[in-house]
Write a protein that binds this ligand. Sequence first.
Ligand code: FES
Length: 157
Amino acid sequence: METARTDERTKLREIIARYHGEKSSLIAILQDIQEAYNYLPVAILKMVGQEMDIPLMRVYEVATFYNAFSLTPRGKNVVEVCAGTACHVKGAINLLENLERELEIKCGETTKDETFTLEQVRCLGCCSLAPVVRIDGNIHAYLTQQQIPDILRNYRK
Ligand code: FES
């Protein structure tokens, strides 16, 4: 347990060093932490406060202000269903329901094996490709329910 903590601290110090420990880089540091863990573990946020000499309250403020940050564990692959108007009109809700059935979780949840987290997001900014689902940053355009099993299979590999 203690070794794990030491490893975590070493990993965190490497991330902080990328930004020379600049307090003004807190957002970028939190982004890198989220990329490393897929979410922001509370224990690591506490370490950020200690290592950067920033009050924990401030670290939490930033971590909770931005929607892109998650304080709850997320799966290896984050599936984001666009809930913007164009996607909604093109049946995004059906895609979401289909994904919920395929993954056997509700929106906002993570599969037991921590492979997938399913989320709904606002307009992804590529409305002409509606309906759109983003998985790990990859846009899947004009998505149909029939394509979903194959797409998920590729991410399971
Ligand atoms: S509404 Fe879905 S990308 Fe804009």
